[in-house]
Every structure is written in C-alpha cells, then in structure tokens.
Design a protein around this ligand. Structure first.
Ligand code: FES
Ligand code: FES
Length: 241
C-alpha cells in the first residue's frame, strides 16, 4: 500500500492528467465552436435595417462589423460616421486627394469612392489597423523618423498608400514611369521618381513630400539621403519681355 503522501501524488497526477486532457479537448473543440459562433455572429445583423437600409457585415482591421446602412453610403462615411474610425480623412470626397485611402484586400482604395455595401467578404485595413498594439508598422515609424507629416491631415492616407506601394513593388507591379517593363523595380533600388509617381494619387497641401519620400525610402530598406528626397521643383522659366 502506498503511503498517504504517495497516494496524494497519484491523485495529483490523475487530476493533472484530467485537467490536461480537458484542456486539450477544449483546444481541439475550440476552433469548431469558434467557427459556429463566428458564423452565427456573421448571420445575425447587430442592427435591424430600417426601410431603405441593407444589412452588411464588413471585416475591418480583422473584426467583423455588422451594419445596417443605405446602399449609397460610402465606405469612408461608414468608417467615420458609423464605426468611429476617424483615421481615414475626408479631404475632397471626390477621389482627388487620397486622404481617405484605405487597403481593401491589400490594394489601396479611395474609400470616398467605394460603396460600403460592396465591400462584404473583403479585408479592409484602415490606418488604425496597421500597428500591432503599441508596435507601429515600419512605415508609420519611418514617417515619424523622417518628419513625413506637417499638419498630418493627409498622413493616414499617405501611410496606407505607402504600405500598399511596398506590397505592389514586392509583387512586381510596374508604374507608369517604369522604364523597362520586363524588369520591374525592386524595393532595394526603387528610385525617387518611382516613389513620387506611385504616390501621386495622394496630395499633401502643406508639402511634406520630402519627408514622405524619405520615409518610403527608409521603409524599402534604403538609407534615405535627404538630398535624394528633395522635390523635383523646376524654377519657372523666364518669360521673354
Ligand atoms: S477624400 Fe477621398 S480622395 Fe479625397
Ligand atoms: S501633412 Fe498636412 S496636408 Fe499633408
């Protein structure tokens, strides 16, 4: 017969094994339970649509967001007015400034020109979703370190566009000024002119362009030489009298 201490040890081992198996079972069962819960949440709109509204579930920054909205509501308005995600800015509301740029399935999109109801099933990332907790996205860090903003109003769109730019180059996408279409640009050698061309859909009224170009150069892994980030400003030609 085992002494009482030994018996306690046996019971402890049994308890431990029981707990471990329960935990393992839970871990195995958890994904299916999670899927059921997620599916149930996705099916059930959080808000009952009023006449003229539609139920839509958007995946924004990794979270499912159920909305009841009119079909004419833009993604920008849904983000800002309905979900409180005010990082994306409304500059022109006409697809001209890029302040509202967000990522949809990894591609940059002017959210002022996109209808929210058409984004179901897509992965939407706003500037709020780029950082992982307190750890900034490398492009965000590069903007800070290179003073890529002044008033900051255009900055969220510039940052989202820059994140997309890096992915586009990694995928081998060419731009309108790529000299040789058979050899797409590489991040390590991406020229200043390419960066400017690829960011030309985003305007900055206080002209933080030098810092923005330097930030993108840093994010590509290049050492950003400040003179290389200088704007290509042409002196006005003298007008003959
Ligand atoms: S607010 Fe969308 S492009 Fe200007
Ligand atoms: S930082 Fe002000 S408009 Fe760009």
């Amino acid at each position: 017969m085992h002494p009482p201490e030994d018996g306690k040890k046996h019971r402890s081992r049994r308890n431990f094994l029981g707990q471990a198996l329960t935990a393992a079972g839970t871990a195995i069962a958890a994904p299916s339970l999670l899927q059921q819960t997620t599916a149930a949440q996705a099916e059930k709109p959080a808000i009952t649509p009023k006449p003229g509204e539609m139920s839509v579930t958007l995946n924004i920054n990794g979270k499912q967001q159920a909305l009841a909205i009119e079909p004419r509501v833009t993604l920008l308005d849904a983000l800002r007015e309905r979900l409180g995600l005010t990082g994306s800015k409304k500059g022109c509301d006409h697809g001209q400034c890029g302040a509202c740029t967000v990522l949809v399935d990894g591609q940059r999109v002017y959210s002022c020109l996109a209808l929210a109801v058409m984004q179901e099933g897509r992965q939407i990332v706003t500037v709020e979703g780029l950082a992982k907790g307190d750890i900034l996205h490398p492009v965000q860090t590069a903007f800070i370190e290179n003073d890529g903003f002044q008033c900051g109003y255009c900055t969220p769109g510039q940052i989202c566009a820059s994140v997309a730019l890096l992915d586009e180059v990694k995928r081998g996408c060419v731009s309108a000024i790529t000299p040789d279409l058979s050899t797409p640009p590489q991040l390590a050698t991406l020229s200043e002119a390419e960066i400017k061309e690829r960011l030309s859909g985003n305007l900055c009224r206080c002209s933080a362009y030098n810092g923005i170009v330097a930030a993108v150069q840093q994010a590509t892994g290049q050492a950003p030489p400040s003179p290389a980030a200088a704007m290509l400003v042409r002196e006005p030609e003298e007008i003959p009298v």
